[in-house]
Design a protein around this ligand. Sequence first.
Ligand code: NAD
Ligand code: UDP
Ligand code: UDP
Length: 339
Amino acid sequence: MAMRLSSRKRVLVSGGAGFIGSHLCERLLKDGHDVLCVDNFFSSTRDNIQGLLAHGQFELLRHDITFPLYVEVDEIYNLACPASPVHYQSDPVQTTKTNVHGAINLLGLAKRVKAKILQASTSEIYGDPRVHPQREEYWGRVNPVGARSCYDEGKRCAETLFMDYRRQHALGIKIARIFNTYGPRMHPNDGRVVSNFIVQALRGAPITIFGSGRQTRSFCYVSDLIEALIRLMGSDDSFTGPVNLGNPHECTVIELAELVLSLTGSRSPIAFAPLPSDDPTRRRPDIALAKAQLDWQPEVPLREGLLRTIEYFDRLISGPARPALQLAATATVPHVRAR
Ligand code: NAD
Ligand code: UDP
Ligand code: UDP
């Protein structure tokens, strides 16, 4: 896309090879910007960005953000951090370092080059919430010493750092509190519930439900989230957030399992497994602030987003040589690029 040089920006996406990051890089390139993707491949591979490597405005830098980084950019999206509990708990000290040292380095960079910087925060800020649905004013209920704390407290400290760089150095900041997001390019072994259930259903393996399965989550399709992140970065300088970004449609883990089974036509049995510690009981965003400030709300219903994601994993698992799965209502599913 041709773009006037004045509106073409140099955008750094840390964690750009990850699930959300790769979609964001793609969108920024489509919008005509220069993209610097910074990633240490802790929870991803080059596969997600393979298709972007030949793009003249795309640059990949293998780098761990816990170390300083000196580059010249106009905007920074800080997405670097493993998001799946399995990954972020596999090296919890590194998770805290990424959230805290990583944030300090990117904030220091933003300060030096006067760049606007957006933090990918999380609904985990609210912990196991007593207020439902969650509004931004709620301070949360987080265990500071548990298995999830490296992620939850790391992300909370990062929010503090962002607000203090704003107050102390007048930095242009944005904080997005992202709720469970899913879609193509999640790693098949990522360990999160949507990818697990779909891969298990497609392989005919047992669907692993942790605990009773009555805990709830609200799942947002990735294209809706990307639109929200772009709008947030482009919002008025006076609006910093934190702002909830997610789909308010809430469902139980059992309902999700049943939907995946029905959409794939799989006969996988259900297998109950112990609930991981500090697993939040209910989670649903109140998105009134995002609606008012960003004129944004999600558009892709769960069923449709799942169909697109199932089609992606089906191609990934089966390979192109095997016939594609007959999905319910595939007519509504657009083409998803096979890797
Ligand atoms: P992901 O694990 O697919 O992507 C994270 C990326 O960050 C990976 O490519 C990983 O290699 C990279 N990374 C990790 N540590 C790094 C480091 N020290 N230096 C450089 N790169 C590093 O996860 P995702 O789902 O794409 O999540 C992206 C961001 O959004 C994360 O910050 C996550 O906390 C946040 N978020 C995601 C969700 C969700 O449901 N997907 C929900 C809330 C918040
Ligand atoms: N930093 C960086 N890139 C830059 C500028 C700073 O990685 O372009 C890092 C540097 O390691 C520093 C941190 O960001 O320790 C915080 O920078 P700041 O200027 O806020 O504080 P300093 O520690 O330099 O006083
Ligand atoms: N979960 C599950 N089976 C799985 C993976 C996850 O029942 O194979 C549950 C998990 O215990 C949690 C919910 O699904 O209650 C969402 O888990 P996920 O790891 O995707 O994200 P979280 O919201 O917990 O960070």
